[in-house]
Design a protein around this ligand. Structure first.
Ligand SMILES: Cc1ncc(COP(=O)(O)O)c(C=O)c1O
Length: 442
């Protein structure tokens, strides 16, 4: 079957030819259909080798086909594909999480990030007896009806910048759920204080991406996360870090270790399983003990913590805990970003690059630092699409996503090649989008 035939075949049976919306790729005109993957590379269905700069939307931080993860999965298969039973490995994995993640005292595993964050919301409500939820505009917390608001709202329907309105990200979400949400601009201490003053005593949780990769890569400004911590403690609000994307990304203790601020509750996912489907809800005992069977907040399911994924996560955490793992990864990241920044400056394309660890955001047409969603939304999407298509033509795969990245399996040589491809792709963007060069000072 040729690639074209496969695209037509998939579209006949899968809505849009995909099993998840995020796998559609409008820049290259079809989803990437993969035959296999190894390390930094995937082979597509037509046999073409691509350097993967999507890395399973962040899940494949160890690269594809990691030998220790594969051995762990094999071990679980040999044990009999145990499903819906507890094993020693479950408690051992929880112990590893508690040893690595500062806020972790008790751990409950689930499958996806969406599922874990949804349960975290319910747990925070059960623990506090309150219903309101504060979240930041541009922060993504999965697809559940209660939280899938104001991730990438069109600016005309997003409300005033200092008091954004709750914008549903999908059709079919009951409108009344928006009444419990308070949407805030990120990195705006005055708006934060105002919200706590008005709603702090009715609020169960403030949920946030400690590094907002889902709007590219936006870091909290000096003192902002500390301010969130102080206000949550003052008002008895559960501070909930959604570390689905940040956990084990740039630091063995996740963004909470990197930033030095400990939440009450956090969600781990993506890289947690080394490419296998597992997530975790973890936090302070006083919050976590509201989960059944200790408390009254429900979080259960037949497939929660499947042994194949539990063992894979144990192997992945073992890799992340190795001395020097993150030092090497972050040093490689620095070398790559230096090369890429040089290419940007030579290209004459106005492009803002922001990064933390091995993940980065690209803001085409934007000059200054991006500190919140509204600034991120000013980017020129057509330039990004040209860039992704140009990279794909040259054997480098990027998803149409706010964030991109690489794995520990990407070598300096791989990343040097990617930087060269990025430079050529920028030249193509320059030719395709004349008149978007940086102005003085930008
Ligand atoms: C910060 C954050 N939270 C939650 C999710 C949802 O996780 P999943 O795709 O595993 O359901 C994502 C996924 O991209 C994410 O980036």
């Amino acid at each position: 079957m040729t690639s074209e035939q496969h695209v037509a075949f998939a579209r006949r049976y899968l809505p849009g030819g995909v099993s998840a919306t995020a796998r559609a790729n409008a820049a290259i005109g079809h989803p990437l259909y993969v035959r296999c993957g190894d390390g930094a590379r995937v082979i597509d269905i037509g046999g073409r080798e691509l350097i993967d700069m999507c890395v399973s939307h962040g899940a494949a931080l160890l690269g594809h086909n990691h030998v220790a993860v594969k051995a762990a999965v094999q071990e679980a298969l040999d044990q009999g594909i145990i499903c819906a039973y507890e094993t020693l490995d479950h408690a051992r994995l929880a112990e590893q999480v508690v040893e690595m993640i500062p806020c972790a005292e008790l751990v409950r595993f689930a499958g996806s990030g969406t599922e874990t964050v949804m349960h975290g919301l319910r747990l925070a409500r059960a623990a506090t007896g309150r219903t309101k939820v504060m979240k930041f505009e541009g922060h993504f917390h999965g697809y559940s009806d209660g939280l899938n608001y104001s991730v990438a709202p069109p600016i005309p329907s997003a409300g005033p910048p200092d008091r954004p309105t709750a914008h549903p990200e999908s059709a079919g979400m009951p409108a009344n759920l928006a009444h419990d949400l308070v949407i805030l601009p990120f990195n705006d201490p005055e708006a934060l204080e105002r919200a706590f003053h008005a709603h702090g005593n009715d609020t169960a949780t403030l949920v946030l991406e400690p590094i907002n990769y889902d709007s590219g890569c936006i870091v909290p400004q000096a003192g902002f996360i500390e301010h969130c911590r102080e206000l949550c403690s003052e008002y008895g609000v559960v501070l909930f870090f959604d570390e689905i994307l940040t956990a084990f990304r740039m630091h063995p203790a996740g963004a909470q270790g990197y930033l030095g601020v400990t939440p009450d509750l956090c969600a781990l996912g993506k890289a947690f399983g080394g490419g296998m489907p597992i997530s975790a809800l973890t936090g302070r005992r006083a919050v976590m003990e509201h989960l059944r069977p200790l408390g009254e907040s429900e979080m259960s399911g037949t497939f929660l913590a499947h042994l194949t994924a539990v063992k894979a996560a144990r192997a992945a955490l073992h890799e992340y805990a190795r001395p020097g793992f993150f030092e090497a990864l972050n040093a490689r990241a620095d070398r790559f970003y230096r090369a890429f920044q040089g290419a940007i400056e030579r290209s004459g394309v106005r492009l803002r690059l922001q990064h933390v660890g091995p993940r980065f955001g690209l803001y085409f047409g934007v000059a200054g630092p991006v500190t919140n969603y509204r600034e991120a939304a000013a980017q020129d999407r057509a330039m990004l699409m040209t860039f992704i298509a140009a990279c794909f033509e040259r054997g480098v795969y990027l998803a149409v996503s706010p964030h991109h990245g690489f794995s520990a399996a990407h070598t300096d040589a791989d990343l040097g090649h990617v930087a060269d491809v990025f430079e050529e792709a920028l030249q193509q963007v320059h030719r395709a989008h004349p008149g978007t060069e940086p102005r003085d000072g930008g």
